[in-house]
Design a protein around this ligand. Structure first.
Ligand code: ADP
Length: 565
């Protein structure tokens, strides 16, 4: 992958060596630009750097510049290789300037030079005549003088590339008049240099990839933080309209679009999706609740990345919309139910109230009939009259109970400080004779003060105690215990008896109007008492329930809010 490979700017004398090393290191795809040997003699600035090198130097990859430094050994500093003057934006040019360094390493090269060696490389040897004779201007007479002063011997570093060199080397040695040492050096040093450049390149490239990935992850995290904020806020959004407004606002922030809107579900509303637009369905459990339409996003190239984000946002909105719709439906049902209960209560009140007068008349006329014509009536008629009277009385009781229930539900609720002990006193007083008749014992613990309606609360105690005394086998004396416990912000009042008990399956039904577990000849009553109790407790913000027990009795409990001090 050329992305992970350095570029090379290389003297043409090293072309073969570089090719071999590149092949060994798998860098065949690297960019290589060669310049002519004797680069220091390039007369015009236009020809340097070579035109093809320009693109290489303008890129942002590391560039390994390999110069043979083949200038005349005694040349002045001004004649330095133009490699050193190259500029490479933002990156270091790896430059090797001493011939031998490429194959011997810097120390060994310096040592050899100090000992008076003139280092010769294969590429140089291949064109020694054009360098020494044409470029430097020596001939067979002057060359030995110059070389005799500059060096004691020639050291030929044989890289093993091309060759054989013996003939050329002998010709050179004869021409410059120096002895020659032939050293086999291989390419390992050059290879190490290229390997380093290549590693630097891939490190750089990987670092850039990681940095880009980190930047993208940061951007994604920021975007998803917006999505998470939206999801978190959903729980507190009060209505469908608020959820839709928040969904549109979030999409606007995320996608910087020209237009964002929520379309209610409409199968024909399938708008085209362009490169800068998209639509995402808002669904819940497969049901389409609407569609989020986003048009004119600021960065269309991110469209593919936006889609999953939009899907996550719409999924969350779908859940919230569904929940809100359910709650709204439930509220509307509860409102309807409440309305029905009010209507029913009103009907019960009107019916029971209006029935009282004709019932009273029915009873009166039956009594009148009995008192005036009683003796003249045949026995059968007397029996019928008796039936009429008993049923009329029963009906009057039912109507009065219904009226009591209706009043307990609808009469204006007084809210005043009230001592429950006093309510219990009033209830016991009302029950007076039946308590004494049964030889009942009522044990009472102190009861708290609350805020409520004294009349209704007295009736509550009266009904519960009345039952506690009533539903006791005839051969047992009733024992009733009334107590109160505090549980956090509520009082729990307990009425416990030693009566016949209630089976668990009846624990709820007994609170419904006219629900009785016994016939009238066993225990009298109409089945309205406990439903009155429930209305009274609920109107005071509490609950009532029975703890079913065995035949040893029942425990009725009801809660009332603690008065804030
Ligand atoms: P009523 O007392 O007129 O029958 P209630 O509404 O007060 O009507 O009670 C409903 C039914 O619950 C009673 O008929 C009775 O079967 C049962 N019940 C109520 N209180 C007790 C109790 N303390 N012990 C046993 N059963 C009871």
């Amino acid at each position: 992958m050329s992305e992970f490979q350095p570029g090379f700017l290389c003297c043409s004398l090293l072309a073969r060596e570089l090719e071999v090393v590149s092949r060994r290191l798998g860098l065949e795809g690297s960019q290589r630009v060669f310049f002519e040997s004797n680069c220091h003699l390039a007369s015009s600035q236009d020809s340097w750097p070579p035109p093809r090198a320009q693109a290489l130097l303008e890129g942002d990859k590391p560039v390994l510049a390999l110069c043979m430094n083949c200038k005349r050994p005694s040349a002045s500093a001004q004649a330095a290789s133009p490699i050193s003057g190259l500029e490479h934006p933002g990156l270091q040019v790896i430059e090797v300037q001493t011939q031998g360094e490429l194959f011997l390493g810097q120390d060994a090269t310096e040592r050899a030079l100090a000992e008076g060696a003139f280092i010769v490389l294969p590429g140089w040897l291949a064109c020694w005549r054009s360098i020494i004779i044409d470029s430097w201007g020596f001939d067979a007479a002057t060359a030995p003088i110059f070389f005799g002063e500059a060096a004691t011997r020639l050291v030929f570093l044989d890289t093993g590339v091309e060759g054989p060199w013996e003939r050329e080397l002998s010709a050179l040695a004869a021409f410059v008049g120096l002895p020659c040492e032939h050293r086999f050096v291989g390419l390992s040093h050059l290879e190490a240099l290229v390997r380093c450049a290549s590693a630097a390149c891939s490190q750089r490239s990987e670092r850039r990839t990681i940095q880009a990935a980190a930047a993208q992850a940061r951007a994604l995290a920021a975007e998803y933080a917006t999505v998470v904020d939206f999801i978190t806020s959903l729980g507190s959004l009060p209505s469908e309209a608020a959820i839709i407004a928040s969904l549109e606002g979030t999409a606007q922030i995320l996608f910087a679009a020209q237009q964002v809107c929520f379309l209610p579900h409409d199968p024909e509303n399938e708008a085209a999706q362009g490169p800068a637009s998209f639509e995402v369905a808002v669904t819940f459990a497969g049901e389409r609740l609407g569609m989020l339409a986003v048009h004119g996003i600021a960065l269309p190239e991110h469209r593919a990345r936006y889609l999953p984000m939009a899907a996550a946002t719409c999924d969350a909105a779908g859940i919230a919309l569904n929940a809100t719709r359910l709650v709204e439906r439930e509220r509307s049902l509860a409102r309807q139910l409440e309305q029905k209960v009010v209507e029913l209560d009103q009907f019960a009140y009107v019916a029971s109230h209006d029935l009282q007068a004709p019932l009273r008349r029915l009873v009166s006329f039956a009594e009148l009939l009995e008192s005036t014509l009683g003796e003249q009536l045949p026995p059968r008629a007397v029996t019928y009259l008796d039936h009429i009277q008993r049923n009329a009385v029963l009906m009057r009781t039912l109507v009065q109970d219904l009226l009591r229930l209706s009043r307990a539900s609808n009469s204006p609720l007084r809210a005043e400080p009230v001592q429950l002990d006093l309510c219990l006193d009033r209830a016991l007083m009302a029950l007076g004779s039946s308590t004494e008749e049964r030889g009942a014992v009522v044990e009472r613990r102190p009861l708290p003060g609350i805020v409520g309606d004294p009349g209704l609360l007295s009736q509550l105690f009266q009904n519960l105690l009345g039952n506690a005394l009533k539903f006791v086998p005839a051969d047992r004396s009733p024992v009733v215990v009334v107590s109160a416990d505090r549980e956090d912000q509520r009082w729990v009042i307990c009425v416990q008896d030693n009566g016949i008990g209630i089976e668990p399956q009846h624990a709820e039904t007994i609170f419904a109007p006219f629900q009785r577990l016994h016939r009238s000849h066993e225990y009298d009553g109409s089945g309205i008492g406990l439903s009155i109790c429930r209305r009274v407790v609920e109107r005071h913000g509490g609950e009532i329930w029975v703890q079913p027990g065995d035949a040893q009795g029942s425990i009725f409990r009801f809660s009332l809010p603690v008065v804030a001090t």
